[in-house]
Design a protein around this ligand. Structure first.
Ligand SMILES: N[C@@H](CCC(=O)N[C@@H](CS)C(=O)NCC(=O)O)C(=O)O
Length: 213
């Protein structure tokens, strides 16, 4: 069987640890029980090889034998096609998983990323731009709360859509901003209680800690 390799950074500061997107890929592989190893690429001196695999100089990317793929969402979808633990075989359920995977990244992560940048920067949130962004995010959270009031997982028993969606919401939860959205909060708690998440998370922390000093 061709080897699966997750490529991530060799080191990051404390702040992003536990949130670097290789976590989504580790998590999926742990859920699927597929063997893999992790390789590091330098954060500080990005190599030509890095850009050849990930044109924005980011992580993660995945190699599977001769195949190489970047974008955590694309990687999750790719792995979903290889394991029914990640995406059901039924075509209509597959379409639902794809839909929610895109929704996680394109409709929810879209406001989450700039919103967290503002929050980490500790800037005075009094501009019209901030208020609009905050309103955009809270609109998405409100609708996700309604969705998650009706279902335990987005599609079927659990899928890559839940990995993406809960990981995106986890970043908001880091700032206690899910307090008004109990269904979103319970969903994040449910997802992060899964043994596969716990292992992926612990492994990522250990990976970066090993490179300290
Ligand atoms: N849309 C990309 C985002 C990738 C991304 O933001 N990666 C971050 C780590 S989570 C990164 O590589 N940051 C280092 C950098 O941009 O130099 C994905 O989902 O894979």
């Amino acid at each position: 069987m061709d080897e699966i390799v997750i490529h991530t950074l060799d080191w990051v500061p404390e702040l992003p640890r536990g949130y670097v997107r290789d976590l989504r890929v580790r998590w999926a592989l742990e859920e699927a029980g597929l063997p893999y190893r992790v390789e590091s690429t330098p954060l500080r001196q990005k190599t030509e090889e890095h850009f050849a695999h990930q044109p924005f100089g980011q992580v993660p990317w995945l190699t599977h034998g001769d195949m190489t793929i970047f974008e955590s969402g694309a990687i999750l979808h790719y792995l979903g096609t290889r394991s029914e633990a990640l995406m059901p075989a039924d075509p209509s359920q597959r379409a639902q998983v794809t839909q929610w995977l895109f929704a996680a990244l394109n409709s929810v992560e879209m406001p989450v990323v700039p919103w967290t940048l503002f929050r980490f920067a500790n800037e005075e949130p009094d501009s019209q731009g901030w208020r609009q962004l905050n309103g955009f995010l809270h609109g998405r959270l409100k609708h996700m709360d309604t969705v998650l009031a009706k279902t335990e997982w987005l599609v079927g028993d659990f899928s890559v859509a839940d990995i993406a969606m809960s990981d995106v919401l986890r970043l908001v939860d880091r700032f206690e901003e899910l307090a008004a959205y109990p269904k979103c909060r319970a969903y994040v708690a449910r997802a992060t209680a899964r043994p596969a998440f716990r292992k992926a998370h612990a492994d990522q922390l250990a990976h970066f800690a090993a490179a300290d000093g």
